[in-house]
Design a protein around this ligand. Sequence first.
Ligand code: FES
Ligand code: FES
Length: 165
Amino acid sequence: MTNQTISFSLNGEVVEIAVSPSEMLLDVLREKMHLTGTKRGCGKGECGACTIIFNGKAMNACLIPAMRAKGADIQTIEGVESAHGLHPLQQSFIEKGAVQCGFCTPGMIMSAKALLDKNKSPTKDQIREAVSGNICRCTGYVKIEEAVEDAAVKLRASAVKGGDL
Ligand code: FES
Ligand code: FES
């Protein structure tokens, strides 16, 4: 089957790219668009390293056929930082020591961001559920949960001040 040019919103900008029916979105992001922050771990939906936000939901890019991106709104880790600097999640992961080797971190942050975009006061259980598809071989998850809780506090404080972090 032949390549098709599709367009979609990527980190707030409309992009166009030719994709083949057999390509997965993870490969298009990493190999064609050079957005290597989205990691390839298992390649089969089991580790969460490739998590992106696809139409508002955390999803594994390794399981999404690239053609499905047509018209979608996609956010990758490269789009999380704003003009104000690091996103509170990025700050909190650093401050709380939730990053060791860092391989799982982009996927963790995207899963957590999908949660905090909708719910800035999540319970511990909701945080655990949100990152339950993300495997970390280094930190043991406690610091990751603390970082997400801390980011939620920062986001709530920013909302009170009228910020747009
Ligand atoms: S690389 Fe996609 S879930 Fe592991
Ligand atoms: S920090 Fe190394 S896998 Fe999570």
